[in-house]
Design a protein around this ligand. Structure first.
Ligand code: ADP
Ligand code: GLC
Length: 493
C-alpha cells in the first residue's frame, strides 16, 4: 500500500509532544511490514537544510491568495529498513516557516497566520504528489494542522484522475487543539463558501479546521480505544462530541505503541547498566544515578516519584503544583519519599515548581527538555506520576511500565487502556489509579503507592515484572491501521 503521512511533527525533525513520536514510529513499522510510506512536513527554520537534498525545481501551490511558490527537500527517516526507506519531504516556504517555533513562540504562542501556514502546507501536499508523480492510496493526516488534507481531497482533488482512488484518514492525537481562527482567513483555502458550510468549517461564526477535517475524512481514529469513547461524550468532546457521534461508524480508537528500539532497559545508552526481568540490578543503579543527577541523597530505600511532562492544564499540573492548593507540598512534607520532575511549559507552573524545589529538600526539578534525563527518570524512579485531566493515549506511562516503574495515573483516556489498577487483595495490577482530578485524590493515591512500597514490597516487585512483560510494540497497532485503510479503500475501488 502507498501511504503519505501529512503531519506538523515527526521525530527526529520537529517535536513538541507524542505526536512526533507516533508519526515516525508508525511510519517505520508500516515500512517494515512492506508498505511504501512517505512523510511530508513543513521545513521549519530549526531543520538544517544543509543536511537535506533539494528536489529540482519549485512547487507552485494555488491558494485563495494566488499562487505561492516553495521548494521541497528530502531525506531518509533514520531507522528505516534498508530496502524500503521511509522518505521524508519538507515543504520549504520562507515566509511561513522560516522563523523560530512550530506553532508559536513563548511571546506569541499561536502565530497569527497559523491558519494560512497550515492551509498552505495542506494544499502543497497535492502539488507535491504531482511533482514527484506518486499518488498514494492513503493520505493520512494528523491533528488540526493537516486536517485540511481530507477536506481538499473530498472537495476538489478527488475529482482529478490522479486522486480518484485515494482515500483519507484523519488521526486525532489531541482533541483539545482544533485550529479555530477567524473566518476572514477562509478565502485563503481557495474553497467556495458552499464548502465552508457543507464541510462544517463553521463554528460559532469562526472557522474550525479540525471540525472540517473530521467531517471530510473517509475514516477517523484516535490514539486509544477508551479516548475514542470519551470523545463522543460532552465531558471530553471539546464541543465536537456530536460530530464524532455523527461519524461513529467511521471512528475507532487504535492504541499507540512505543518505539522499543529507543525505550528498552536492555539497551538504553542513557542508563548506567542495562536490566531486564531476569536481572534487575541495573534498575537500582539507575536509581542511584538519578538521585545523583538531581542532587538528592543517594538512598536505595526511599521511594522516588518521577514526572516528565509538558507543564500544561491537560496534564493535571494545577492539582499538583497550583499555588496554595496543589498537593506537591503536602506530599513531599508528609511522606517519606523523593520526587523529581523534568518539564517545561506554562510560566506560572515553571515558577511554582522552582519555588517548591527551593523550599523542599526532597523535591528536585529541571525545567527544560532533555532526552537523557527523561530516560533516567523512567528507569530510576519507583513510581511515575501522570495525573492527566485527559490523555488521548500517553506514551510516558508505557515507557514507565517497560522500565519496571509503576504509573500513578488518573482513570482517563489511554491510561485506562494501558494501566491496571493495583488490587490489594490479590496483589495483581501494574499501577495505581484514581478517578477525580483533585489535589486530595493525587495526595491519597501517591500515599497509597508509598504505603504499598513500604508494606507490600512483594506486590510491588511482582507488579514491576508484570509491567515489563507487557507488549506495547507498534506491530499490533500498525496492523489495525492497515485494516482501517483497507476498509476505506474498499469504497473507492
Ligand atoms: P503529550 O504528547 O501529550 O505531551 P505523550 O505522553 O504522548 O504526551 O508524549 C510526550 C513525549 O514527550 C514523551 O516522549 C516524553 O518523554 C516527551 N517529553 C515531554 N516533556 C519532555 C521533557 N521536558 N524532556 C524530554 N522529553 C519530554
Ligand atoms: C498527543 C496526546 C498524547 C498522545 C500523543 C501521541 O500529544 O496528548 O496523549 O500520546 O498525542 O498520539
Amino acid at each position: 500500500m502507498k501511504i503519505l503521512m501529512a503531519s506538523s511533527e515527526a521525530v527526529p525533525f520537529a517535536k513538541t509532544g507524542g505526536l512526533a513520536d507516533a508519526v515516525s514510529a508508525l511510519s517505520l513499522t508500516l515500512a517494515k511490514q512492506g508498505h511504501e510510506v512517505k512523510i511530508i512536513l513543513p521545513r521549519y527554520y530549526s531543520i538544517n537544510r544543509d543536511k537535506l537534498s533539494p528536489l529540482e525545481g519549485e512547487l507552485g501551490v494555488r491558494t485563495g491568495g494566488g499562487e505561492e511558490w516553495c521548494a521541497v527537500y528530502t531525506t531518509d527517516l533514520p531507522g528505516s529498513p534498508k530496502k524500503n526507506q521511509v522518505q521524508v519531504y519538507f515543504i520549504d516556504h520562507e515566509l511561513f516557516f522560516g522563523r523560530d517555533g512550530i506553532y508559536g513562540t513563548p511571546w506569541e504562542p499561536d502565530f497569527l497566520d497559523n491558519s494560512r501556514r497550515f492551509t498552505f502546507f495542506s494544499r502543497a501536499v497535492f502539488q507535491f504528489c504531482r511533482k514527484i508523480g506518486w499518488y498514494p492510496d492513503v493520505l493520512h493526516a494528523h491533528d488540526w494542522p493537516a486536517a485540511l488534507v481530507p477536506v481538499f481531497l473530498k472537495h476538489g482533488e478527488r475529482g482529478s484522475v490522479e486522486f480518484a482512488k485515494t482515500v483519507s484518514v484523519l488521526t486525532i492525537h489531541n482533541l483539545g487543539y482544533q485550529g479555530i481562527y477567524s473566518k476572514d482567513n477562509f478565502y485563503y483555502t481557495g474553497l467556495g463558501w458552499d464548502v465552508f458550510y457543507n464541510a462544517g468549517f463553521d463554528d460559532w461564526n469562526m472557522m474550525n479546521l479540525l471540525k472540517a477535517g473530521l467531517n471530510s475524512a473517509d475514516k477517523i481514529n484516535t490514539v486509544s480505544p477508551h479516548y475514542a469513547q470519551e470523545t463522543q461524550t460532552p465531558v471530553h468532546g471539546f464541543r465536537l462530541d456530536w460530530v464524532l457521534r455523527y461519524r461513529s461508524a467511521d471512528y475507532i480508537g487504535i492504541l499507540n505503541g512505543i518505539d522499543t528500539s529507543v525505550w528498552n532497559p536492555q539497551k538504553d545508552p542513557y542508563i548506567p547498566e542495562p536490566y531486564s526481568v531476569k536481572e534487575m540490578r541495573g534498575k537500582a543503579k539507575a536509581k542511584a544515578a538519578l538521585q545523583e543527577e538531581f542532587g538528592l541523597p543517594v538512598d536505595p530505600e526511599v521511594p522516588i516519584i518521577g514526572m516528565v511532562t509538558r507543564l500544561t492544564e491537560q496534564k493535571g499540573v494545577g492539582e499538583v503544583f497550583g499555588p496554595a492548593y496543589g498537593s506537591a507540598w503536602s506530599i513531599c512534607k508528609d511522606m517519606d519519599l523523593q520526587m523529581v520532575l523534568l518539564g517545561s511549559g506554562e510560566s506560572w507552573c515553571e515558577n511554582e515548581i522552582k519555588s517548591l524545589a527551593y523550599r523542599l529538600p526532597n523535591f528536585k526539578a529541571h525545567i527544560g527538555y532533555s532526552e537523557k534525563e527523561s530516560h533516567l527518570i523512567e528507569a530510576g524512579s519507583d513510581f511515575f506520576l501522570m495525573p492527566s485531566r485527559y490523555e488521548p493515549c500517553g506514551l510516558n506511562q508505557m515507557y514507565s511500565l517497560a522500565y519496571g516503574t509503576l504509573p500513578i495515573v488518573r482513570n482517563t483516556g489511554g491510561l485506562v487502556d494501558t494501566v491496571q489498577n493495583y488490587n490489594q487483595e490479590t496483589g495483581a495490577g501494574t499501577g495505581f489509579m484514581f478517578d477525580d482530578l483533585t489535589p486530595s485524590a493525587v495526595y491519597n493515591t501517591v500515599g497509597w503507592a508509598v504505603w504499598a512500597y513500604y508494606n507490600r514490597r512483594d506486590d510491588i516487585e511482582a507488579m514491576r515484572i508484570t509491567g515489563m512483560k507487557q507488549n506495547f510494540s507498534w506491530e499490533k497497532s500498525a496492523k489495525k491501521y492497515i485494516d482501517m485503510y483497507e476498509t476505506a479503500l474498499a469504497v473507492v475501488s
